[in-house]
Design a binder for this molecule. Sequence first.
Ligand SMILES: CC(=O)/C=C/C=C(C)/C=C/C1=C(C)CCCC1(C)C
Ligand SMILES: CC(/C=C/C=O)=C\C=C\C=O
Ligand code: FE2
Length: 557
Amino acid sequence: MASSTFSVTGANIFASKPFGLEDTSRGRDTLPYKKNGLVPTFRTKHDLIATNVATRPPISIPFPVIKHEEGRKLAAWTSIKQERWEGELVVEGEIPKWLNGTYLRNGPGLWHIGDYNFRHLFDGYATLVRLNFDNGRLIAGHRQIESEAYKAAKTNNKLCYREFSETPKPDNFLSYVGELASLLSGASLTDNANTGVVHLADGRVVCLTETIKGSLVVDPDTLDTIGKFEYTDSWSGLIHSAHPIVTDTEFITLLPDLIKPGYVVVRMDPGTNERKVIGRVDCRGGPSPGWVHSFPVTEHYIIVPEMPLRYCAQNLLRAEPTPLYKFQWHPESKGFMHVMCKASGKIVASVEVPLFVTFHFINAYEEKDEDGRVVAVIADCCEHVADTTILDKLRLEHLRTFTGEDVLPDARVGRFRIPLDGSPFGELITALDPNQHGKGMDMCSINRAYLGKKYRYAYACGAERPCNFPNTLTKVDLFRGTAKNWYDQGAVPSEPFFVARPGATDEDDGVVISMISDKNGEGYALVLDGSSFEEIARAKFPYGLPYGLHGCWVPKK
Ligand SMILES: CC(=O)/C=C/C=C(C)/C=C/C1=C(C)CCCC1(C)C
Ligand SMILES: CC(/C=C/C=O)=C\C=C\C=O
Ligand SMILES: [Fe+2]
């Protein structure tokens, strides 16, 4: 078995080959993209910026070459080649001078340990990517997040913690974390914070996943992992929503209660680490809470979705993944939407809704009658037409083998209407013709000034079929029921992230940032105009980018 090295010394920050892992010790003159006759589109950090990267002690981590990484493959599903990189990118087009700050994007970017390949997209060790926009220039970088799970895998060259679908073999994790009880205590759960990244109102930047222990504070400039975000309250649960609501005044999240099925809704003030309970929702269906990857809020309410795809105690303990992983589909248990008053914690509505499957809520708002009274809550999500197969379609084996057949399950903008008049049922409609966005819909963002308010535009990934994964960027106009799509044949774009122009009054006055893994095994950062949805700038990375999930914006201080 060939072995290779991940190098994180200041001098050895480049992989010598874009698709090999053998030698990272050569300088940029030997970079293969240059050998291939391509124009280098970056300079190194040594030319441009001084950070503490070069002063850190070198770490060499043996990671053997794995078969699927041979040849020029789509970078999206290919493990990152080095632990870190940083440099300036050459910009084609023009980045608006007002765009000053850092876009951070988190996601699973390393899907193997030694010669063992992970199976699911969500299993990968977190790779944090940074785009620092500075007066028209763009400095980029990435770094692996130093979770305990990642460090233990490197040290022991084997899986030591339970990931989304991967479970350590008993002899492995027993020797690493101790005894079987660790499973129930949470000690064997991963802290691999590979899902999202949020910028708290107090300035801290936290990477998150669905395990509470996987809340890790990072430095947005160096991408250093600073340490664990220690919650100081006494909640003993192990999991939370991967997508808290973060505003200038609060951090709100949902804590599923697997013992007494329900959800505890909590908020945390900026500058504190203490979650305070707003209220609790008991599940109406059984036998356990629905999976709650995300949830929406309005100005006055928190919406708690109870999805019929529910956590499954048996599957949580299984060593081998099932088609629905830690979850089970319970159509007989039905789906519900609960509305909690943010101020009092009281449930003001709890309605049965049609069956649904969603990872991501887009936004929600209050619907008023002509007298200004709130009569309903509208909540929009990327809805997979109540089909759970999307979860299995995100297996790496599926993602890496696109045969030309159209295999991406349909998705739409699902719009819930939850009446506040005591009616027992809510509606779920399709907000716009899904053909407008190729019947693909996920990884959404909005103008954050419209969080919880009536809004018109959503940005998301749609589909140009045939495909096996969402492959377009789409701007959805929910007033007109139309969408405008951006597409680069063979490429995989990540979540389009909207950044408003300072002082803007129009909802779509700003830019949309995405990172693209293209079909040549390369990758580039892309900036679209928020209003026209036309490309205004792109900047090539010196290496292909693995797919990433969610991002946040840290404005320049
Ligand atoms: C990447 C992403 O979107 C989701 C990641 C989800 C993870 C890592 C979930 C992990 C879990 C366990 C390891 C056991 C307990 C249940 C659950 C939270 C699903
Ligand atoms: C990437 C994804 C779904 C794509 C489906 O069309 C879901 C990601 C979920 C976690 O953040
Ligand atoms: Fe997500």
